[in-house]
Design a protein around this ligand. Structure first.
Ligand code: URA
Length: 234
């Protein structure tokens, strides 16, 4: 079927954003091995988020998208100092188009309340924005595909603290050589696009529902976030 001109233009803009064409067309010397670069969207924070969401909606030939009901983009305060990244939407999230509204989300709310953080004070998203069928872990190629969007999402929100929930978020953003049991509860700093937030990993609430005895470690991680917020004057 022939695409109309508008759709062609939208596709072209999405492609330019993803390949960072603004860098290719600028006079700034290009560092070819610079993996920190993310797609750059212009406008206010809300406009940038809307453009990012649009570019995710335009993703083609994606099994996750084909099987999902809704795009689950992000939720919470776009000016939050703390951003939380989960793995991917579950059934409830897929039905509502909002991250962490199912059982794991209820536990996450309780965990956040334990350090006096309401949802309205944080911003939440996931490694992949469409529900993996049967709640399976997103595949490596799916994680790779959504990673540029996730990095742009983080860069636009510009959190001071980034909480990675579970091994999928940890491995996607920090690398496959780290394991959650060793990496959790340790502060890291890493450039994501133009920003360098404090990053901490902790257990995913769905894992904590299966292994409640690990909640004591999650509680240590939460207190580290509370203390870091205080020391950063947030
Ligand atoms: N688990 C996740 O990782 N993300 C959600 O949004 C819900 C459950």
């Amino acid at each position: 079927m022939k695409k109309n001109l508008n759709q062609k233009l939208i596709d072209l803009i999405e492609y330019y954003n993803l390949i960072n064409a603004n860098l290719l067309l600028s006079n700034i010397p290009l560092k070819r091995n610079d993996v920190k670069k993310t797609a750059i969207f212009s406008g206010t924070k809300s406009q940038k988020l809307a453009k990012l969401k649009k570019s995710i909606q335009l993703i083609k030939n994606c099994e996750l998208k084909k099987n999902a009901t809704n795009l689950v983009f992000g939720a919470g305060n776009i000016n939050a100092n703390i951003m939380i990244i989960g793995e991917g939407p579950g059934a409830q999230e897929d039905a509502e188009g909002i991250p962490f509204v199912g059982r794991a989300g209820k536990l996450l709310d309780k965990m956040l309340m334990a350090i006096k953080l309401e949802r309205s004070k944080v911003y939440i998203s996931n490694v992949v924005n469409y529900r993996p069928p049967l709640n399976r872990r997103p595949l490596e190629n799916e994680i790779e595909r959504y990673l540029p969007y996730l990095k742009s999402h983080i860069e636009i929100i510009n959190p001071k603290i980034l909480l990675l929930l579970g091994s999928t978020a940890l491995n996607a953003l920090i690398g496959n050589e780290v394991v959650i049991s060793k990496a959790r509860g340790k502060w890291m700093q890493k450039e994501i696009g133009a920003i360098k937030p404090w990053i901490i990993a902790s257990f995913h609430p769905a894992f904590l529902m299966r292994q409640p005895e690990q909640k004591k470690l999650a509680w240590i991680d939460l207190k580290m976030i509370r203390d870091k917020s205080i020391s950063l004057g947030l």
